[in-house]
Design a protein around this ligand. Structure first.
Ligand code: AQP
Length: 332
């Protein structure tokens, strides 16, 4: 069975962008693949975090994975810092990755602009992401568009590592493919449809979080930036706001863009937005009820403990193979 690894940072409550780009696929793919879903809390500290909030958001994100439908009997669900192999492998990846490759990452360049003081981890975190993926010998990584460069970096690292350290004709690491949804790989901000929706956006109106109450969802969709033409059509260049809302509608309803455009051919933005809010709420509301129960329950701790133990088995094996290959095993 082919293997999948993916994760989300507990740097805030996930948005509907994280859901459409990544989390929705976690559930859809768990029947067909051996899946490892991680709460990547070590990535979150590349920008300042409040420790109490980080703790809470880590647990909350794990509960959200499950509330959305990730089944711990099928998928391995765990927290990154519970598996030390991630940090250990990341060091090897850092030492074998040219600095220039990390400096070219657009996500690094974007995030640097938003920080007053930049920590080294912000530059090197793609190496940790490479480590996350290779430790599980993942064939597929379900992620949004913004992670394309990081997956390319991983593929490049795997090729170099196998070439330089694997015995002739053998491979130590698996080369992963990126898995993105056909549409919705990049959901845009509701307030600025030219930039990506992000959970850490300081403008709360720019995103809908998976834990927003129905009233907030309706309000945020109502105030989403559109244009003055009043025509509902899909044109990301000329009508970025409405096109983004159509993409969200499509992802939450399962309807095609063409059928939505047809359905709203004679409606104004008001009706379209009201219906879109309803569709989002119909997915979020039942999920939120499950989430509340899971978050309070000690079952969540058991699931994460068990997940970390399962993850360690595979991660430690790959780590040992990498260490042996680069010369860390020195006993005669
Ligand atoms: N706007 C988006 N549209 C589609 N997919 C998205 N993803 C993120 N934003 C969108 C995907 O969600 C997964 C988890 O992302 P992450 O938390 O690991 O980091 P990120 O990409 O930096 O996400 P955010 O929301 O922008 O977080 P902050 O604000 O903390 O930086 C990834 O698969 C990502 O592609």
């Amino acid at each position: 069975m082919e293997r999948i690894f993916s994760g989300v940072q507990p740097s805030g409550i996930p948005t509907i962008g994280n859901y459409v780009g990544a989390l929705k696929q976690f559930v859809d793919l768990q029947n067909e693949y051996e899946t490892y879903y991680c709460v990547v809390n070590q990535h979150a500290i590349t920008v300042p975090q409040n420790p109490a909030k980080l703790r809470e958001q880590t647990r909350s994100l794990a509960a959200l994975y499950l509330a959305l439908g990730v089944d711990p009997n099928q998928a391995t669900v765990f927290v990154q810092s519970d598996v030390p192999a991630h940090a250990q492998a990341a060091w090897m990846v850092e030492c074998l990755t040219p600095l220039g490759q990390l400096e070219r990452m657009t996500q690094y360049k974007d995030k640097v602009q938003k920080q007053q003081s930049v920590q080294a981890g912000l530059l090197t975190y793609p190496a940790l992401m490479v480590a996350d993926i290779i430790l599980y010998q993942a064939n597929l990584v379900p992620v949004g568009d913004d992670q394309t460069q990081h997956i390319e970096l991983t593929r490049d690292f795997v090729d170099r590592f196998n070439r330089d350290f694997a015995p002739k004709g053998k491979e130590i690491l698996t080369r992963p493919e990126r898995y993105t949804p056909k549409s919705g790989g990049r959901i845009m901000s509701l307030q600025d449809p030219t930039s990506k929706m992000s959970k850490s956006d300081s403008n709360q109106k720019a995103f809908i979080s998976l834990l927003d109450e129905p009233k907030q969802v309706t309000k945020k969709i109502k105030s989403a930036v559109t244009d003055s033409s009043g025509v509902i059509s899909y044109d990301p260049e000329e009508k970025a706001g409405i096109s983004n809302l159509l993409t969200i509608y499509q992802a939450f309803s399962g309807q095609t863009l063409a059928s939505l455009v047809d359905q709203y051919a004679n409606s104004g933005y008001g009706q379209f937005k009201a219906d879109l809010a309803e569709v989002i709420i119909s997915v979020l509301e039942p999920m939120q009820a499950k989430y509340q129960k899971l978050y309070q329950s000690s079952d969540l701790d058991d699931i994460l403990r068990q997940g970390a133990s399962q993850a360690k088995e595979l991660a430690n094996q790959t780590l040992a193979d990498m260490e042996a290959a680069i010369g860390f095993s020195y006993k005669l």
